[in-house]
Design a protein around this ligand. Structure first.
Ligand code: HEM
Length: 347
């Protein structure tokens, strides 16, 4: 049902875009809504980031998956349990650029089952599909996004032409097929089917999980229709986009078809929805204290700066001072022996 609600919502959005253009509201859809969407995006994004940045993180709370730095003869897992800022940056870079934690994702497999399931065994096996398609999807999206800058720049920077050249390297069809268009749709479809078909993922999937995928697919498909089937007047589009960028939007531009306004409207909804959705992992991944902190808990003492001075804390050292004799008597390990403690007290 959640998938159907999301699909329905995207259909309504497409109808709104179509209806608006048919009614001649091109100024609303070509100028007002894009500005509004960008304003919502910036305010929402900044507010979210400020909110996260203001959350107190007095202690080191990274999630770790390997040996912490310890004795010299125990091998330290530098990437999975970073001790220094440099190691943390390396861990973050691998996570952000290569989705390393997803690469290490394991799938549970059941095998050897009998009728009543008594002999069923469970094992964990490497599962690279999700990682592969997630990478394909995100990098294709990024390249499609960056390629669009040719619509906003005049003259078009050289590196964009280079990107277009490599993206269309197969030289298939007229206009040339961009590989990233195919990969983007392929990646998003895989992520959608995984949610809809795998029972354990479907069980935890909400409208907020399906809606962005359907929305991104509709943006990609409307763009593809425009480029390969509908044929839009790119010069007219460029006049509009350059006008928007220079804050001097053109009043009315001839020759831009309805499909462009639908594409733009869907993009605007995506942009405005972004800060309030799971898509904010784009910003969140950098600010996650379970990732961006070195695990130096044993090496450094981290004192909570928000500790109330009026509240008397009882540290382990205090505890040991209080019960040292009894602990030694009971044969419990102590950090300071009786002699050492007496010496320190005498000083
Ligand atoms: C999240 C942002 C966007 C995504 C994911 C997206 C996606 C796509 C895709 C997949 C295509 C097919 C051809 C290609 O890859 O170049 C396309 C084409 C197109 N898009 Fe977008 N788009 C986005 C934003 C925009 C914006 C903001 C505009 C204009 C203001 C725009 C205008 C166009 C135009 C005019 C085409 C046709 C290009 C051609 O005929 O070569 N798109 N878009």
């Amino acid at each position: 049902m959640n998938a159907l609600y999301s699909l329905f919502a995207v259909f309504v959005l497409i109808l709104v875009g179509m209806g608006g253009t048919a009614a001649g509201m091109t100024h609303l859809f070509g100028v007002v809504i894009p500005y509004l969407a960008i304003a919502i995006f910036f305010v929402g994004f900044v507010a979210k980031v400020i909110g996260w940045a203001k959350s107190p993180v007095p202690f080191r709370i990274p999630t770790t998956g390997g040996q912490m730095k310890s004795h010299d003869w125990i091998r330290h897992s530098k990437l999975d349990n970073p001790q220094t800022t440099g190691q943390t940056i390396a861990r973050m870079a691998l996570e952000i650029l290569c989705f390393r934690s997803l690469f290490r994702n394991l799938a549970v497999q059941r095998f050897g089952s009998t009728e009543d399931g008594v002999d069923m065994k469970v094992r964990y096996a490497s599962s690279k599909w999700l990682w592969g398609f997630a990478l394909l999807f995100h990098y294709s999206f990024l390249i499609v996004f960056v390629r669009h800058f040719r619509l906003f720049t005049d003259p078009v920077p050289g590196f964009l032409s280079g990107l277009e050249f490599f993206d269309g390297l197969l030289q298939l069809g007229v206009p040339t097929l961009y590989l990233t268009d195919v990969f983007l749709v392929l990646g998003a479809t895989f992520l959608l089917l995984r949610r809809a078909l795998l029972p354990q993922v479907r069980y935890i999937s909400l409208v907020a999980d399906y809606f962005p995928l359907f929305l991104i697919l509709s943006v990609a498909c409307s763009g593809i229709m425009m480029r390969y089937f509908g044929k839009t007047d790119i010069m007219a589009v460029k006049e509009l986009t350059m006008g928007l960028f220079s804050f001097a939007p053109a009043a009315h531009i001839e020759g831009i078809g309805a499909i462009f306004y639908i594409h733009l409207f869907l993009v605007c909804v995506l942009i405005a929805y972004f800060p309030f959705s799971k898509l904010m992992h784009l910003g969140g991944v950098f600010l996650s204290p379970t990732r961006n902190l070195p695990n130096d808990n044993r090496a450094k003492h981290h004192r909570n700066p928000w500790n109330d001075p009026n509240v008397k804390a009882h540290s382990y050292a205090d505890y040991e001072d209080e019960f040292r004799e009894k602990m030694v008597e009971a044969g419990l390990p102590v950090e300071k022996g009786l002699d050492e403690a007496a010496q320190t007290e005498a000083q």
